[in-house]
Design a protein around this ligand. Structure first.
Ligand SMILES: *Cc1c(COP(=O)(O)O)cnc(C)c1O
Length: 374
């Protein structure tokens, strides 16, 4: 039955009816089943190919002994540890079931059908989902065309122009997924300073730990100055804990209080809390992963240049490369056992987003690309 003729479809709220569901990367097992192949490689979901710290794994295993209990609802140990990490108090932290959960909570706290949220073209796909699920209007600013800033990157002037009396939220991904583009400190700070008091600004720093670009800000250090700022972070990317679903927001305590009213009492499970806590104690593992990512990024981009493929310079653990005819190239790579991410749904039909993998996985991708382009 098509959506339009579906009785229940008409019962849904208007925002939900217009929603496009989030398209996750194809799982390896699904590809192998469908294509009858084995040894496939997934470079499609910006996961850390080296996984979590062994300390995090050990802590997670220990909690398995006590799965009959509800998790600690306030996340006491972890919120305390995160507060210490960021030089804040515990009441500045809101835990989420992944940072996507936090983004959704933020939208539910600040948006109604009478309100608007602003974000950029090519921005992370969860923003429109959270905004429309809350029934609010999404105002999408055109990205830079390359003449006044990095092509495909957030154009803060264009975003500012969309801020009006009904705007309650601005979402900024720094760096952005899937483009990998990032904003520097001065420009971002000036933008946040210029926002009217009725607008909350969310800076999504899911890839923070990976970034080594000059001028890249740690906006968690701006929270005391900007009470309308919310910073989100996650354990899904550099910390390698994507499967456990855990992220958090940092904000003024008055904002955190609102977020915590909407947050489900046990939104972060006990295994995730314990693993995240232990992961924070293994800075060596984190540093190793970040260094290997940089090496992998060099390997991939050198390979792309050799193949004559343009790509968008990225601050994250992924890179969008311009193969032309993204859907076709995606399919051809699947046939060679390599899963990447088509990004036509982000307005980038000529690009594919590739996650930086292990050296052998990156080599597999480059070899497959060479065949596909031949
Ligand atoms: C991956 C990602 C997230 C984090 O998702 P989780 O829910 O924490 O797994 C948030 N924002 C962006 C831009 C991302 O790419």
């Amino acid at each position: 039955m098509s959506a339009a003729s579906n009785h229940f479809f008409h019962l849904a709220t208007p925002g939900i009816r217009k929603l496009q569901p989030y398209l996750p990367g194809k799982p390896v097992a699904e590809l192998e089943r469908e294509y009858g192949i084995s040894g496939a490689v997934k470079l499609a979901s910006n996961e850390n190919p080296f996984g979590p710290s062994p300390l995090a794994l050990a802590a997670a295993r220990q909690v398995l002994e006590d799965l009959g209990r509800y998790p600690e609802g306030s996340g006491w140990l972890l919120t305390g540890r995160l507060a210490r990490l960021h030089g804040l108090e515990r009441d500045w932290v809101t835990l989420g079931n992944g940072s996507n959960d936090v983004l959704d909570i933020i939208a539910r706290v600040f948006l109604t059908p009478a309100h608007e949220a602003v974000f950029s073209q090519h921005a992370f796909a969860v923003y429109p989902i959270a905004v429309q699920a809350a029934g609010a209007r999404a105002c999408v600013a055109p990205a830079h065309d390359g003449s006044h800033g990095p092509a495909y990157g957030h154009d803060l002037d264009a975003m500012y122009k969309l801020v009006g009396p009904d705007t309650r939220l601005v979402f900024i991904a720094n760096p952005n997924n899937p483009t990998g583009t990032w904003l520097e400190s001065d420009a971002l700070e000036a933008f946040i300073s210029s926002l009217p008091a009725h607008v909350m600004v969310v800076v999504d720093e899911a890839y923070f730990e990976y970034v080594d670009k000059p001028g890249y800000p740690d906006t968690s250090t701006w929270l005391q100055r900007f009470p309308n700022l919310i910073v989100t972070r996650t354990f899904s990317k550099a910390y390698g804990l994507a499967a456990l679903r855990i992220g958090y927001a940092l904000s003024h305590p008055d904002v955190a209080d609102l977020l915590n009213r909407v947050r489900q009492p046990f939104n972060v499970n006990a295994v995730a809390q314990a693993a995240a806590l232990a992961a924070l104690d293994d800075s060596q593992h984190l540093q190793d992963c970040v260094e290997r990512n940089h090496a992998g990024m060099q390997q991939l981009t050198a390979g792309f240049r050799k193949l004559g493929l343009p790509y968008i310079e990225s601050a994250g653990n992924f890179v969008a490369l311009q193969t032309g005819r993204g859907a076709e190239r995606y399919e051809a790579l699947l046939q060679r056992g390599v899963i990447v991410r088509p990004v036509a749904n982000y307005g980038l039909p000529d690009h594919l987003r590739v996650t930086v993998g292990r050296a052998d996985e990156n080599a597999r991708l480059l070899a497959a690309l060479q065949q596909v382009l031949a």
